[in-house]
Write a protein that binds this ligand. Structure first.
Ligand code: ADP
Ligand code: MG
Length: 321
């Protein structure tokens, strides 16, 4: 039976890059470049709430870090390192090895080494907490409160696939192996848009990552920036895999579906070419879906240019009764 320290050494200790103190001491140490601010964010993932108990552990390791890197992306911050808290109900080394592989592979791809954490046995379900640290030149972070009236509203990537995969796996939609195969990657292997966030510094006025649904997350930008918006459903980049879906579930997936981990951002209309160039540089599709307005509120126009009613709500852990 491996001890706690053997597990940490085996699965979570990698050589820290020069200049960082990684796993093994009481704290990790990393330098902050002069003139830069630290951006930090934590996400907690709980079995049964954020992932299915039988999910591929490699995908889970990937996603636990991906959702945090997505927060750095939304701020335009460059990853520095991360820490990992694990509450394990049982010791399953093949599971742990695959989880660690998925985690370290994404960490390496983004230059975000695992530099510390905590590992305990849990009397309850599996819980995973990841905290990321990034750096951004002082004053250049992409915040939620920077949108200005008349900005274009953009989203990256495609929308809706993760929501459909989730509902298929959860049994809310009748089994459809082809649709699941076409959407599952979006749910289990989200790709955080770190390069796009960096490329949008100095161009975007405000940004957020899409974790709880486009309308809800865009709503956070609007509220923080004290502006309204009008967006057009037909402009939105619905995932190609959803082409055959009925209108109601399609709207629910595109407007309200969570777990997207793409960016929604605003930028001045005069910077359209710069946004498109940032998308190309980051190898990300970027789509303009509407604009901000002085009038508060969020209007969604249908294909006929009529305001849609009965809009889907995004995800809320504590919905009002
Ligand atoms: P402490 O008693 O100071 O909390 P621990 O014995 O919990 O230290 O951890 C020993 C070292 O291993 C620390 O550097 C800690 O950051 C690291 N560590 C523990 N668990 C993890 C993990 N899941 N991932 C990465 N590093 C970890
Ligand atoms: Mg500890």
């Amino acid at each position: 039976m491996a001890s706690e320290f053997e597990l940490i050494a085996r699965y979570f200790t990698r050589t820290a890059p020069t200049g960082l103190l990684g796993v093994g001491d009481d704290c990790a140490l990393f330098p902050v470049p002069p003139g830069e601010q630290v951006a930090t964010s934590t996400d907690l993932l709980l079995e049964g709430r954020h992932f299915f108990p039988d999910v591929d552990p490699r995908a889970l390791g990937h996603k636990a870090l991906a959702v945090n890197l997505s927060d750095l992306a939304a701020m335009g911050a460059r990853p520095i390192g991360c820490v990992l808290g694990l509450a394990l109900p049982r010791l399953d080394e093949p599971w742990l090895a695959a989880f660690a592989d998925g985690f370290h592979a994404l960490a390496a791809a983004h230059g975000c080494p695992l530099i510390g954490g905590d590992t305990t046995r849990s009397a309850h379900d599996l819980a995973i907490s990841v905290t990321v640290f990034g750096a951004v030149p002082a004053g250049q972070a992409l915040r939620r409160d920077g949108a200005q009236v008349g900005d274009d509203i953009w989203v990256s990537g495609e929308l809706g696939a993760a929501d459909v995969a989730y509902r298929l796996l959860d049994g809310q939609y009748p089994a459809d192996a082809a649709l699941l195969a076409a959407t599952r990657g979006a749910l289990e292997w989200p790709q955080p848009q770190v390069a796009l966030g960096l490329a949008l510094r100095g161009i975007a006025h405000a940004a957020i990552d899409l974790s709880d649904g486009l309308l809800q997350d865009l709503g956070h930008i609007l509220a923080a920036s004290r502006v309204g918006a009008c967006v057009e459903f037909d402009r939105m980049p619905a995932a190609a895999a959803l082409a055959a879906m009925d209108a109601a579930p399609l709207q629910r997936a595109v407007l309200g579906g969570g777990d997207v981990y793409q960016l929604c951002f605003t930028a001045p209309a005069a910077r359209r070419d710069a946004v498109l160039a940032a998308g190309r540089a980051a190898n990300a599709r970027v789509t303009r879906i509407g604009q901000t307005l002085a009038q508060p509120g969020l209007i969604v126009l249908d294909g006929q240019g009529r305001p849609m009613t009965a809009l889907p709500a995004g995800f809320d852990h504590f919905p009002a009764a």
